[in-house]
Design a protein around this ligand. Structure first.
Ligand SMILES: [Zn+2]
Length: 230
């Protein structure tokens, strides 16, 4: 019975369409790569901020060192003789040196952070490259699988066209309507005197009619078209 074959083709096509849908979803899902790109950008920004802070701290430190040098020079030149003034300069030098030590320590800390962040950035960007390569391989293979599946449905639908042209419009329409109503299963086999879809017992007359008649016989309970496998 051609309708039985049509139903088999339809079930096969809808199964393939589900697979194609899954593949399409997978192909459009970029969240892992998007996250890796974001992480990478974040590390880059952190590194830039750290390096610009290092630069400005270095400028400040240079200013401080110049001040110290200037104060020390004024002591050694011997141009200042006022003991109070000399003492003030000495106190200033101590305080400037203390400030420069603090600043140098801060700079060392910033440089260590910058180095650490730089390592993290290298890791992040290696990870991103790896993910992009993996994704590209996966996408190529998924796209190939999708094309293959679409090719299969094309062949199945050609066969289906030939079959559907070989049956009457009324029968074909009945099949289409039932397929819609019965979640894709419009045709059912029967065995041991009962419908294989709903389990309803069929009278011998109905069974006989389904086996021999040229007209479509439906299960009185579920309405599906009955066909005999024997
Ligand atoms: Zn039934």
């Amino acid at each position: 019975m051609n309708l039985v074959r049509i139903q088999k083709l339809d079930l096969k096509v809808s199964q393939i369409e589900k697979q194609v849908g899954t593949i399409t979803d997978l192909l459009s899902n970029n969240s892992i790569i998007q996250n890796a790109i974001q992480e990478n950008e974040l590390k880059k920004k952190m590194l830039e901020d750290l390096n610009s802070e290092i630069k400005s701290q270095e400028v400040e430190l240079d200013k401080l060192l110049l001040k110290i040098q200037y104060a020390e020079n004024s002591l050694y030149k011997g141009s200042i003789s006022n003991p109070k003034e000399l003492q003030e300069i000495q106190v200033e030098i101590v305080s400037l040196k203390h400030a420069s030590t603090l600043m140098e320590n801060k700079l060392l800390g910033l440089m260590a952070s910058s180095e650490q962040t730089n390592h993290e950035l290298i890791d992040c960007s290696e990870k991103l490259t790896m993910l992009q390569n993996e994704s590209s391989i996966t996408k190529t293979s998924l796209a190939g699988k999708k094309a293959q599946l679409l090719g299969e449905t094309e062949i199945l639908s050609q066969e289906r066209n030939v079959l559907s042209n070989s049956i009457s419009r009324e029968e074909y329409q009945k099949y289409q309507d039932l397929k819609q109503q019965k979640k894709g299963i419009a045709i059912t086999s029967f065995s041991d005197g009962a419908c294989d879809s709903c389990g309803n017992t069929l009278t011998p007359a109905i069974q006989q009619k389904a086996k021999t008649s040229n007209v479509l016989v439906q299960c009185p309970s579920c309405g599906r078209i009955l066909y005999s496998e024997t």
